[in-house]
Design a protein around this ligand. Structure first.
Ligand code: NAD
Length: 267
């Protein structure tokens, strides 16, 4: 059995991850962590997700031990200290939190020199494939096709555009010699000019309980291609993240993404 500690365990993804572990044959919950003032702290993690009690309570103190894997889906504010604890303990990390700053990304790269880190903007197997297809399509279609993306997420999501939309945008940019930081356009309202051909447009919609929808369009005169992924259930991210946790447990230090976990990196 592979012991896994969940950070952000009282959140929506935390619940999906706990349920995924408790219902698996090969994983066990080593720890369930949330913020200090979390109202569910002290509750049994089984009962927390509507399953039989397992004799382990939700706490606020992350103390990973060698042999475990930490899976962190919390908030950016928590990322720095969680990374530091994993590095100190020499424990592999699967990081799902989005909306991270450049400083946080720097910390992740530093940590990956000492421990194995899987860091993916989207742990869905379907989105991992969509991201690869995005790059393939952008390269094949060439500069006459305009790339525009629409993403929809639930009303509680803080960051926009989504980490997934940015990752798909980077795949389009990298495949065509562009840079999303320069060529990405997320708000056309202050602009008063026609679209430039190098632009990669991303629009974020927020509302309801949408788990995550991404549609990448390639538009040219007379035709349009749409690549879409719609997540209906948070469990898809939990399944992917737990697959990453199993995979990373015996890997050497390094920074990995879902294509590595799925064995798609060389394709
Ligand atoms: P959520 O708000 O429901 O849960 C976040 C949890 O983190 C809360 O319970 C909160 O109390 C806890 N938290 C806050 N500060 C903490 C701290 N210092 N230590 C420990 N826990 C702390 O959010 P969610 O929908 O579960 O999403 C969590 C994160 O995962 C977000 O950044 C979201 O964008 C991201 N996410 C990523 C993927 C992916 O595939 N990469 C998929 C879904 C969500």
């Amino acid at each position: 059995m592979q012991p896994v500690t969940i950070v952000g365990a009282a959140g929506r993804m935390g619940h999906a991850l706990l349920r995924g572990i408790l219902e698996s044959d090969d994983l066990t919950v080593a720890g369930a962590i949330d913020r200090t003032d979390c109202p569910q702290c002290g509750r049994d993690v089984g009962a927390l997700v509507g399953l039989p009690e397992v004799g382990l309570n939700l706490t606020s103190d992350l103390q990973p031990r060698r042999g475990q894997v930490v899976v962190d889906f919390s908030l950016p504010e928590a990322t720095g200290s969680n990374i530091a604890r994993c590095v100190d303990a020499g424990v592999p990390l699967v990081l799902g939190t989005t909306g991270l700053t450049k400083d946080d990304i720097g910390l992740i790269h530093g940590a990956a020199e000492k421990i194995p880190v899987v860091f993916a903007a989207n742990y869905s197997v379907g989105v991992t494939l969509l991201t690869q297809l995005a790059g393939l399509a952008a390269k094949a279609l060439g500069p006459d096709w305009d790339a525009e993306m629409v993403e929809i997420h639930h009303k509680h999501k803080r960051d926009a555009p989504s980490g997934t939309a940015l990752r798909i945008g980077i795949a389009v940019a990298e495949a065509t010699g562009r840079d999303l930081e320069k060529d990405g356009v997320f708000d056309r309202s202050p602009r008063n000019e026609p679209r430039r051909s190098n632009e990669i447009g991303i629009v974020a919609l927020r509302g309801g309980d949408s788990v995550g929808e991404h549609t990448l369009m390639f538009l040219t005169d007379g035709e349009r291609i749409e690549l879409s992924h719609r997540a209906r259930d948070r469990q898809i991210f939990a399944r992917g993240a737990l697959r990453a946790a199993r995979w990373v447990a015996d890997k050497p230090p390094g920074l990995y993404d879902m294509p590595d976990v799925l064995g798609l990196s060389e394709s």
